[in-house]
Structures are given as structure tokens and as C-alpha cells.
Design a protein. Structure first.
Length: 130
């Protein structure tokens, strides 16, 4: 599983009537040229950390979990990308990658598919469902 932190804001979540739960909007995720930043859950656990530690390590009060299978089904890849910072969880850093040949529109479509499959695994949504 991959973990991605984000801030609960008016444009970061939307209510999914079909699944009866909040889901992350794709617009809440910054797509950098090298991909979408995330953390490998298995590596975090090997380091002695949990999903809540991802939120605590930076800006963000919620953590979404993404199954690697769902990321690959959306046509994306996953690569390890260990970082020095933050020192505690940085070694678990990874990237969700896109085909270099993909158009910006295609990348946004893939990111949307990835985030539709994501589930909030740490933190509490403070607003009520509509």
C-alpha cells in the first residue's frame, strides 16, 4: 500500500454517494514532473512507523491509502525514491509515475483514477457528509 498525506480543505474531498464515504479529489494532489509523492507502507512499518506518522511529518492532517494494484490498473508506475528529509520516514518515500509520453490531460485522468480508489486510512474528516 502507498500512503499520501493531504490537508482537509474545501477542494480536497468530495462525498462519494456510491461508496458512502469521503474520497480525495484528484485536484488535492500536486503532480510534480517526476510524479506524485507518497510513502511505502511496508517500508514505514519496517522503520517502526504507521500511517499517522506520515501526516505528523509534514503539512497534512489526513492520510489516504492507495493499493499499488489500483495505481498500476490506472496505467501508472511506482518507484522507490528515498529522501533524506524527513529523516525518520524519508527512506520510505516513493513516487507514483506516469509515462513520459503521456499528455498532461492523460496524466490528470490517470491521477483522478488513482485518487478515486484511495481511502482515508488515518485522520478524521471534520465535516459532515451532505
Amino acid at each position: 500500500m502507498l500512503l499520501r498525506r493531504f490537508v482537509e480543505g474545501p477542494d480536497s474531498l468530495m462525498w462519494d454517494d456510491n461508496r458512502n464515504r469521503w474520497r480525495v479529489r484528484s485536484g488535492a494532489v500536486v503532480i510534480d514532473p517526476d510524479g506524485i509523492s507518497c510513502y511505502l507502507d511496508s517500508t514505514l512499518r519496517d522503520l517502526g512507523f504507521a500511517a499517522a506518522d506520515v501526516a505528523a511529518a509534514g503539512k497534512g492532517d489526513l492520510v489516504a491509502g492507495l493499493r499499488i494494484e489500483d495505481v498500476r490498473t490506472a496505467g501508472c508506475g511506482v518507484v522507490r525514491d528515498p529522501q533524506d528529509s524527513p529523516a525518520d520516514i524519508g527512506p520510505a518515500h516513493a513516487l507514483i509515475t506516469f509515462d513520459a509520453e503521456s499528455s498532461r490531460r492523460s496524466i490528470k485522468r490517470q491521477a483522478s483514477a488513482v485518487m478515486q480508489a484511495a481511502e482515508i486510512v488515518s485522520g478524521t474528516v471534520r465535516r459532515s457528509p451532505p
